[in-house]
Design a protein around this ligand. Sequence first.
Ligand code: SAM
Length: 450
Amino acid sequence: MQLPQALLDSLKGVPGFDAEAFVAVHNSDTQVTSVRLHAGKCQLEQPFTHVQPIPWCSDGYYLSSRPAFILDPWWHAGAYYVQEASSMFLWHILQQLTLQNTAHVLDVCAAPGGKTTLLQSYFQEGVVVANEVIKQRNAILVENLARWGSNNTIVTQNDPQQLGALRQMFDLLVIDAPCSGSGLFRKDKAAVAEWSEANVALCSARQQRIVADVLPALADGGYLIYSTCSYSEAENEQVVDAILSQHPMLKSVPITIQPEWGVIATASPQKGGWGYRFYPHRLQGEGFFVSIFQKEGGGGAYVPYGKLPAASKTVTQLLAAQGIDTESVHLLPQGDYFLNVAPQAAHVLAALQQQVYVRKAGITIGNIVRNELIPHPELALSVSNSGNYPRVEVGLEDALQYLRKHPLSPNNAPRGWVIVTYKGLGLGFMKVLPNRTNNYYPTEWRILKY
Ligand code: SAM
């Protein structure tokens, strides 16, 4: 791999950088594959054998080789998320911040959803709002969150400038900023050719703008986590300096790290703000940078405003008869559909809807046609409650047939709606008729190539 000389020159003297080792690791064929398990879905069985734990994330594991994830029904079921190991350091950071499990979190640049799913696993009693401004990428985020199956996530699609209107609503802002991408050169060879000094400068300016735009949404006493997958100081330590200079209400927060991890702590040149660098020649992971800030103030509790409509009594009774949890959740009508939204997320949703564009909230249960619930695919993937539908367990080949949206003819399947499961985890719905089955797996999610 021919690394950009201007990048190598710019990194001379940067803490942790070692030109020879850096070039060598980019020219080696070493591939690091890592996954983060969904603890709520992997209770009975681990999806992988031969794994090595990632030291900074309790659900994170290195795999000894890279399987074809597309052919693993458990990937489709949301049993795990394939995530780059350095990014999972977010888990370690969260453990050191004084944030309640009930926190309101805004993931500003969220697609495809790696950090969002980690945040959801951490803040199970809280609310995680995942924002992605680019429409096509937002669709991938929605899909990944549907697989994760939690009712306390909300997806929005807004420019960071619009998010600033959500005054003091969040205890934590995560800005995993768009960047020049040098940290992912090993995984994305095309990014090498696209790299330029001009783009680094452009990214740096945009990163500072995103922080300034969204900062009004941070509550007093709350935290900002800023990260990139770039090695360039202009996108990392220099942005830390800009944040500390332009926003004096923010102070830099250090994080404890173990020396054997190979993570490099840095200080920004002007303000001495803490940052943490990840290099592939020092640890098993890709290039990453992260810095943490706390806003001054006593943590004035955010007061929710606005009210959401609720499902009628008739609908609630119909859903309850189908075994859907109608008591501990907010049943939200939306068009023809009904959603399961965690009560704490419903409060936040009501306020969000007044200010920004909300694309998805909680879990879509389904719609009602002639007094029958037509279940939505998200219901089968839900962690909390999928109703009392019969569950039909299938083997690997049938699971893949189902995921290709081909018809199945399982033995002894009862008539009507059933949830197709693989090793106990729901994949989606199927309707069993007297002489055939209808496969209701979403067309846009189906396996196409294999
Ligand atoms: N956090 C994600 C994860 O862990 O899966 C990765 C986020 S990626 C590094 C940065 C995201 O920022 C991209 O999805 C990109 O579409 C989005 N983005 C691009 N331009 C943006 C802008 N001007 N404001 C906010 N987000 C932007």
